[in-house]
Design a protein around this ligand. Structure first.
Ligand code: SF4
Length: 313
């Protein structure tokens, strides 16, 4: 007997996944689609509201939310720190310091970093896998176990980045579901045109200078994006400052930073921290090209609307 097909659309609050959701509904009908948001706890509140409140109304569909849970990993790490660190010569005050913060907070991104004792980086980008891929895979596997053939619809475009230049329109995963990328050949303008056509508002962050709307800030965020974030949403800079303090306490080195500045490489731990902590990175984001001159323009108040996609026109 032919298995019923379910299209699973991973919704991030970004334009591409919203367009993909619309196309999945066109092809399969709302009843044969599932929409799922991997909540990292590191998104802007506008994105969370857009995904949990606006989009369900706009799409006429429920959006399921999955959240990675690292409570067991943190419990195992506590044991390891208490029992093994002392045998490896780690001073008692560093063991005590780590144990004082190794408790699950329920915020997936922060808990992941507490468990690992560090933030992810471009070279060790474990956040995508742990916070998005694993929970979404588990969601998909549950549907397959319930007897469905699953298509995983992804809002990925080839012109987004060099990494994505060669992505296929469709491919099978070793686990047995099919990945479908209906907008792989689209431009950003075409995506926004579809949303406009269907009367769907884009995430409001696009109107405030963000070129992407996932984690805020993403570990891969650009200098200009960080400058916008620092000026518009200083409370998110304050949140990252606090997370850097906590994750630093959980690490043997005593510090870890969300972002990494090239000038911080090659020196000792203190040198790396001095260049890459969130406040230093924000200061650097206020400079012009080359990073040595202060850019007065980057201190001026931002206009209410400053879309990098020209949505204000
Ligand atoms: S959006 Fe950035 S910080 Fe968030 S999971 Fe993806 S790579 Fe990591």
């Amino acid at each position: 007997m032919k298995q019923p097909t379910i299209a699973v659309v991973s919704v991030s609050g970004g334009k591409d996944s919203t367009a993909t959701a619309l196309l999945a509904i066109d092809q399969h009908g709302r009843d044969k689609c599932r929409f799922v948001f991997a909540d990292t706890g590191h998104e802007h509140e506008a994105t969370v509201e857009y995904v949990k409140d606006y989009l369900p109304r706009a799409l006429g569909a429920t959006i399921d939310v999955v959240r990675a849970d690292f409570a067991k990993d943190i419990a195992r790490k506590r044991l390891y720190v208490a029992e093994v660190w002392p045998t490896k010569g780690v001073p008692p005050e560093i063991v005590e310091r780590a144990l004082s913060v190794l408790q699950p907070t329920g915020i997936p991104f922060l808990d992941l970093c507490l468990w690992k004792g560090r933030f992810p980086s471009r070279k060790a980008q474990f956040c995508t896998q742990e916070l998005k891929r694993h929970p979404l895979d588990a969601y998909t596997i549950d549907l397959m176990r319930a007897g469905h053939r699953v298509e995983s619809w992804q809002g990925v475009r080839r012109d987004e980045s060099a990494n994505r230049r060669d992505v296929a329109d469709r491919e099978m995963t070793p686990e047995g579901w099919e990945i479908v990328r209906p907008i792989a050949a689209w431009s950003a303008a075409e995506v926004f045109a579809l949303l406009c056509d269907r009367g769907i508002e884009p995430n409001p962050l696009y109107l405030q200078g963000c070129s992407r709307v996932g984690c805020l800030p993403c570990i891969n965020c650009s200098k200009d994006e960080l400058s916008v974030i620092a000026r518009r949403w200083p409370h998110h800079v304050a949140r990252v400052r606090e997370w850097e303090r906590l994750v630093g306490m959980a690490s043997k080195r005593g510090f870890s930073t969300l972002l990494h500045h090239a000038d911080g490489e090659g020196g000792d731990a203190e040198h790396a921290y001095r260049h890459s902590n969130i406040d230093s990175m924000v200061e650097w984001a206020r400079t012009g090209r080359g990073g040595h001159t202060f850019d007065m323009l980057k201190t001026l108040p931002l206009p209410a609307c400053s879309s990098v996609y020209g949505l204000c026109e």
